[in-house]
Design a protein around this ligand. Structure first.
Ligand SMILES: [Zn+2]
Length: 431
């Protein structure tokens, strides 16, 4: 048994929907108690310290803030090295930057190198779980699973399915995509903390035959994730309408191929109508809100209030390399601005929810991670208000935990991540 003394904050529900008191718990002088890698208790230190067994190890992080490990609902590990690429919207951006970067993953050693660097970057930013795109290469999925497994992380990933409208070197076909994904599911899904996501890139890059085969595979494995993109960019939505004239909407394309269900996570979801939102909610699909990417690629503004009002599970995604940061704090800051442009507010506690419990619920992992309910896996991050001179000044002037957290989300970078813990063990960075 070990315990961590600090300010402790975690969400119990969506603070956008419940009053603060019901939606989150905050212990200014708190204690997080961990036993066998799982949360045993979280509460005021003065109540809990006396109950600790004499041989328990107590880590004193007084003055710092412990929150649940961040969860990234949508990110591409092979795009790590093209983050911040200039000037293009989605379809040109894929051709100019993403596809050339992904071609390098034909080399398994290169894939392993990038996977290790990517996992280190996640942990450096306090991210303990992510839903991750690979490339079309089977070994890209092996590489990210091996890297995450070495750190004991809970991570869901998959190889891309893509057989049309893309460079020849990045194509599989309906049959090989199906069999390679199936063998990866058998190898990795449920292997330790890992899970597999069937990963068609998006409807434009899969033939009808591939979408059919993908739907068949999904039906064979109802507890496997599905991970794709939806309604990101206006030109993309227009091309979808031309390529699938028999579908009512972009979402309807996925629905017709049985790819809309519980554990299906759709990145972006920017250009949708109320009927789409009602369908997505009723079938259990979830949305990854990727504000840095949506702003950087000029894609559009995510309508969080409409999505949540429809009953859709939502979490934040960084969408690196279209996104510009692997930090969920930086991502939350851009989410605030996206909502502000639509005349909504995003309180810091709701942003925290979208990066932790909300994201866990979007991934159907709310029973395992996302907050400090007893029995959950003890993944957490220790944030340092004084990580930079400016955050030290700004948070010292703050009157409440909400104001401190908002200042962190607006100003923090990886200097403010003091340490990241996976199943109660400190994750060491190797670089
Ligand atoms: Zn993406």
């Amino acid at each position: 048994m070990r315990a961590f003394r600090a300010s402790v904050l975690h969400c119990l529900a969506d603070p956008g929907e419940k009053s603060d008191r019901a939606a989150f718990e905050y212990f200014d002088d708190g204690l997080l108690v961990v036993e066998d890698g799982h949360v045993a208790d979280a509460g005021p230190a003065d109540e809990l310290v006396g109950k600790m067994p004499a041989d328990a190890e107590v880590f004193d992080f007084t003055g710092k803030l412990i929150v649940p490990g961040f969860i990234d609902c949508h990110v591409h590990f092979p795009q790590l090295d093209i983050i911040g690429s200039f000037g293009a919207q989605l379809l040109d951006w894929l051709n100019q930057y993403a596809y050339p970067a992904e071609m390098k993953f034909a080399d398994p050693d290169y894939a392993r190198d990038v996977a290790r660097a990517f996992v280190n970057e996640l942990l450096r930013n306090g991210t303990t779980t992510a839903l991750v795109f690979g490339t079309v290469h089977t070994h890209s999925a092996d590489a990210i699973f091996e890297a995450a497994s070495a750190k004991g992380m809970r991570l869901v990933a998959g190889k891309v399915l893509m057989d049309s409208n893309c460079p020849e070197a990045l194509r599989d076909d309906p049959q090989t995509g199906y069999t390679e994904s199936k063998s990866l599911i058998e190898r990795w899904h449920g292997n330790g903390r890992l899970g597999y996501a069937i990963t068609p890139r998006f409807a434009l890059t899969s033939s009808r035959e591939q979408l059919e085969a993908t739907g068949r595979l999904a039906a064979e494995y109802p507890d496997v994730w599905i991970h794709t993109h939806l309604a990101e960019n206006h030109d993309e939505v227009e091309q979808i309408a031309r390529q699938f004239p028999d579908s009512r909407s972009y979402l309807d394309v996925y629905d017709r191929y049985e790819l809309l269900r519980a554990r299906a996570v759709f990145a972006h979801c920017l250009h949708m109508d109320d009927e789409d939102r009602a369908t997505m909610a009723s079938k259990g699909g979830a949305a990854a809100f990727c504000p840095t990417s949506n702003l950087f690629l000029g894609s559009g503004l995510f309508d969080l209030p409409a999505m949540r009002a429809a009953g859709i599970r939502c979490g934040l995604g960084t969408d690196v390399g279209g996104g510009t940061s692997l930090s969920l704090l930086a991502t939350a800051s851009e989410a605030y601005k996206v909502l502000h442009l639509q005349e909504h507010a995003l309180p810091a506690t709701r942003a925290l929810y979208l990066a932790t419990l909300g994201a866990a619920e979007a991934l159907y992992l709310g029973d395992k991670i996302g907050n400090f309910a007893p029995g959950k896996e003890a993944d957490f991050v220790v944030l340092d208000f004084a990580g930079s001179p400016l955050t030290a000044r700004r948070t010292a002037a703050a009157q409440s935990i909400e104001e401190k957290l908002f200042a962190l989300m607006t100003l923090a970078d990886d200097r403010n991540v003091a340490s990241t813990w996976v199943m109660g063990e400190k994750a060491e960075n190797e670089d």
